[in-house]
Design a protein around this ligand. Structure first.
Ligand SMILES: Nc1ncnc2c1ncn2[C@@H]1O[C@H](COP(=O)(O)OP(=O)(O)O)[C@@H](O)[C@H]1O
Ligand SMILES: O=P(O)(O)OC[C@H](O)[C@H](O)CO
Length: 541
């Protein structure tokens, strides 16, 4: 470690915000800089993001951090980068992007996913990766591009994820990390690529696109001169490649605990619900859903169910109100609306309306169905906007319970992070819905902290990740907020309705999807065809 270097920087390139956060070597947060992330969604299901802009925004966040923390460049011992997972960031000659990145929100590969589900090697693929195939993942997206956009793949030399792209921009090194490599193309037991998995995805002929796997707790690479100029940091600063943000956030929030019954939920744009287990204790369900994501701790992985949209539903319900109000004058800010959530929850009745939070074009956990869509059940004429907001919040919590129910016993303690953790009312709904006590960390930036912890181990500020957790995570955990018993009883009943309804709705979602695709075909000049509600296409329980 360089003389006087007492700062670690964690970069967390999320779907909504790109953050750069400085910590001292004991994990105390020294400063934060954030740049709003930009991506586009189109009616064809695409969700894409400029790769150049992502790097420019990341560099901007680092430069701004330099204005917040005195002497940052000279004091930085190491940097680590994590980011939104899944998706496909193609890089071609001269390390230039091949078009825009496809994000995890991109639903275009739905038809390819359905085809691959029926393949002879699908169960083997699931048992090796521990991960149910869905449209978010790079394996599905590459397989789809191979048939529909061979031009894109043809120009690519390497297929990266978001954090890998930023790591390439910082260091000039093409690599990915053990977590995304193993849940997408490999085996979580040995954290290496697996030929059968790659064959199951129909990608044996594209094997050359997969980069080397690098463990950022063991290896760092020096910041290049160009990256130093762009970020304001010093050339040669060690850079560690973090694991995917889902486990970096969980690591920073306390997923790895010695006590039994502890789980960790990130309720941000997406909902991620997980437990840390030894890789031999992973439970592979019959439905083939969930993720198994390696932690940067030897032999320890997270067993995960992730529901696609969590607070994106809150953004939708608030955005709807903002659009309406804007018709009469000024548009209220998101902060104004978020600030009213507690009040709306206080004056609405718990468990009165069901809401399924599948607002983001499909669901991936605990069931996989690209056709799933959001909806309210149980509206009466007396219900008003606060009741809808409450239903949306409860729907997000029901989805969390649905995910834990598919992984075995409910947790006793839920370590909660993400946007929803900021609200006392949301925490109490989550506690009552899952029946678990909720604890949050006094540090806000769990994802960046998880990444910085990798850098701390890489530069040997701590001998092991266990030792780093003892200093960085455990002391910051707040008191347990116990569930309200009456509310918990009410929500246990509501959950039965929630699950029964979403199982029953699968054929309706499928029918609506068929209508949508018929509209597209009619627009293209095809003959109309008869449609009837058929048996569902749902995978999962
Ligand atoms: N006090 C709050 N009450 C309820 N929801 C909140 C609150 N603060 C933030 N949120 C929700 O959390 C979202 C941001 O979550 P966050 O975890 O920061 O994002 P991301 O998952 O994209 O990193 C906001 O868009 C909003 O929907
Ligand atoms: O960008 P956020 O919401 O922090 O993380 C997104 C996940 O990595 C993504 O859901 C993986 O599929």
């Amino acid at each position: 470690m360089a003389e006087g270097a007492d700062v670690l920087i964690g970069i967390d390139a999320g779907t909504s915000v790109i953050k750069a956060v400085a910590f001292d070597l004991a994990g105390r947060q020294l400063g934060t800089a954030a740049v709003v992330n930009t991506y586009r969604e189109e009616p064809d299901g695409s969700a894409v993001q400029s790769m150049e802009r992502t790097w420019a925004d990341c560099a901007k966040a680092l430069r701004e951090l330099g204005q917040v923390v005195d002497g940052l460049a000279r004091r930085t011992a190491a940097v680590s980068v994590t980011g939104q997972g899944d998706g496909t960031w193609l890089v071609g000659a001269g390390n230039r992007p091949v078009g825009d990145a496809w994000l995890w929100l991109d639903a275009r590969s739905a038809s390819t996913v359905r085809r691959l589900w029926d393949g002879p090697l699908e169960r083997t693929r699931f048992e090796r990766t521990g991960t149910g195939l869905n449209t978010c993942q790079q394996g599905a997206q590459l397989a789809h591009m191979a048939t529909v956009h061979p031009d894109l793949i043809g120009q690519a030399e390497v297929a990266l994820h978001c954090k890998d792209w930023l790591h390439l921009c910082l260091t000039g090194v093409r690599a990915t990390d053990p977590s995304e490599a193993s849940f997408t193309f490999g085996d979580f037991r040995n954290r290496a690529y697996d030929d059968t998995v790659i064959e199951a995805l129909g990608l044996s002929g594209r094997r050359h696109l997969l980069p080397p796997i690098l463990d950022g707790t063991m290896t760092t690479h020096p910041l290049t001169r160009e990256a130093a100029e762009a970020t304001g940091l010093l050339e040669g600063t060690p850079v560690s490649l973090g694991y995917v943000d889902m486990v970096m956030t969980a690591l920073g929030a306390g997923v790895y605990a010695r006590e039994p019954g502890v789980a960790c939920s990130t309720v941000g744009s997406t909902g991620v619900h997980m437990r840390a287990v030894h890789s031999e204790d992973v439970f592979l369900n019959a439905e083939g859903t969930g993720y198994v994501i390696a932690l940067p701790i030897p032999g320890v992985v997270t067993q995960v169910q992730t529901n696609m949209a969590a607070t994106l539903n809150i953004d939708w319900v608030l955005g709807t109100a903002a659009d309406l109000v804007a018709e009469f004058g000024d548009r209220p800010s998101k902060a104004d609306l978020v600030g009213r959530i507690e009040g709306w929850l206080a004056r609405s009745e718990p468990g009165a309306i069901l809401y399924h939070p599948y607002i983001s074009a499909g669901e991936r956990g605990p069931f996989i169905d690209p056709d799933a869509r959001a909806g309210f059940i149980g509206l009466s004429s007396g219900h008003r906007y606060p009741d809808l907001v409450r239903a949306v919040v409860e729907g997000i919590a029901m989805a969390a319970r649905d995910c834990y129910a598919a992984m075995g016993d409910m947790p006793r303690e839920l370590r909660l992070t993400g946007g929803a953790a900021r609200s006392r009312a949301l925490r109490s709904v989550l506690a009552a819905t899952t029946g678990a006590s909720v604890r949050t960390s006094s540090r806000d930036e769990a994802g960046a902290a998880g990444a910085a912890m990798m850098a701390a181990v890489a530069i040997k500020a701590f001998p092991t990740m266990d030792a780093c957790i003892e200093t960085w995570v455990t002391p910051l955990l707040g008191p347990a907020e116990a569930p309200d018993a009456r509310l918990a009883e009410r929500y246990a009943g509501v959950f039965e309705g929630y699950r029964t309804a979403r199982q029953g709705l699968a054929p309706v979602w499928n029918h609506m999807a068929a209508l949508r695709s018929r509209d597209v075909r009619l627009d293209a000049g095809a003959e109309p065809a008869e449609l009837a509600i058929a048996a569902g296409n749902e995978t999962g329980n």
